[in-house]
Design a protein around this ligand. Sequence first.
Ligand code: PEP
Ligand code: MG
Length: 582
Amino acid sequence: MNPEETLKGIPASAGVTIGRPFFLDSEGFSVQRQEIAEEEVAGEIARFEDALIQTRAEILRIQKKILEEMGKEQGEIFSAHLLVIEDRTLIEEVITRVKAEKVVVDYIFLDVLKRYIHAFSKIEDEYIRERTSDIEDVGKRVLRTLLGKQRQTLQDLKEPVIVVAYDLSPSDTALMHRENVKGFVTDIGGRTSHTAIMAKSLEIPAVVGLEEVTQRVSKDDLLIIDGAQGLVIINPTEETIRRYTEEQKRLEEFGRSLLKLKDLPAETLDGHRVTLAANIEFPHEIPSVIAHGAEGIGLYRTEYFYMNRVDLPTEEEHFESYHKVVQEVQPHSVIVRTLDLGGDKFLSQLDIPNEMNPFLGWRAIRFCLARPDIFKVQLRAILRASAKGKMKVMYPMISGVEELRQANALFREVKEELRREKIPFDEKIEVGAMIEIPSAALTCDLLAKEVHFFSIGTNDLIQYALAVDRSNEKIAYLYEPAHPAVLRLVKHIIDTAHKHHLWVGMCGEMAGDPRLALILLGLGLDGFSTSAVNLPEIKRVIRSVKMGEAKKIAEEALSLSTGREVEAYLEKMTKKIFMGEP
Ligand code: PEP
Ligand code: MG
């Protein structure tokens, strides 16, 4: 057994877990580098050739069907696929490498394929660049055939494991709740990528941005994840295992003690009350939301509805989910955010072109306004559910007044349709705008006239204000919620909202940081919405200070010059409040 080794990454979801690795490729395949003996080489090559023949037959079958049902143009796509599978350079390279390296063909094939895809995606000629998706598609088919029955996906897990992956998409992570996943670690990714956010919702420890965890971990290693510190310990000693087993118990006890605050109000020592709500992705999270004492749902991310399926959700499906959630959190309210696709959330059933800058691209409300057919289905369902409990709706990625007016116009159209059809809904349903783009923050006095409330989406606001991709581990050190620019924007939004008598909440991850809670409280934020697991600690902070104190802390923090200075100051103040230090 190799000696203990510790890797440091970015903390994504707190908690400690111990287990064996399960390698997951980005396509959901578990492909491991495995050496073979000289006499096995011929068998591996035969297996590869068999897979090529089978895949070719499969493509011809599909092509025939498509030609019959959809015509020549659609069928032509598969001719391009056939060219890929008959490409001698690719085939020869795989065979040569299997012979030279004596490694299983699945691994070599995937490696060669990735290089091809990378090379093609960089080519300037648009026609050739577009062939990348053909290579991807055919590659997946061959791999599926190669792996055959050996293919293991998250759904096949028989025992608890720690998933080790280069990257995980939000749709991969969405499948984990049903599986034996005790935690996950990835090479890339940032603290507020949706994969990280999802780990918190699922309450599984996770560390992202470890850069080379997939290369450092081997099949038989034992792993410990320390989610709060962002550490992965490979092959821990007996002593380390003992220490972490105790830490696991301590964390469980701390969690239980915090839950005692569950039914107490989120108010300061001098009675200033705020709302503490939860962010969710799925209705099945509601029991945890209630257990952590949330006052309703401050952000219901609805993109997950559209993931891991081939068709679009129907109005009835939307309605059933909203209805369930709104009923279960009564008497509290639910803020449903309309479809926020794009950025790091892709939906396979919508044919959305690859973009150079997906976070700045055709996404969220921009997509919904261009596709009212899809948008209106969701708006109808939200309105219908508003007759069953307290529902509110908010739009993501609003960049200015025009978009907001267009969205509101569509909302009015849908209301009118329902009235005509005599379908009940809440005529007073509140509409909000997410403030997550600097242009919205700077024009929020104008936006205030078009909506009932604001919700500050700091995950995006920080990335746009500081020009730092939220999912890129290389620049994670620049992603600073305490940066003076962020604090000034947040203050401006809160002050402007209040000037216009609007309620203003925050639903980005910043709202779940107990130290920053002191500043947000002091700035006058009305509502905090974050992963349910964070809520008890935020409540503890709020219940430990007077409003005057929080205001002073906010004032002092805003006078500092750097994010680091703000963090150091908050560290000092938190110690003072909780440990009575001078
Ligand atoms: C945000 O941007 O802060 C937010 C809450 O939305 P999401 O994380 O889904 O982009
Ligand atoms: Mg956002």
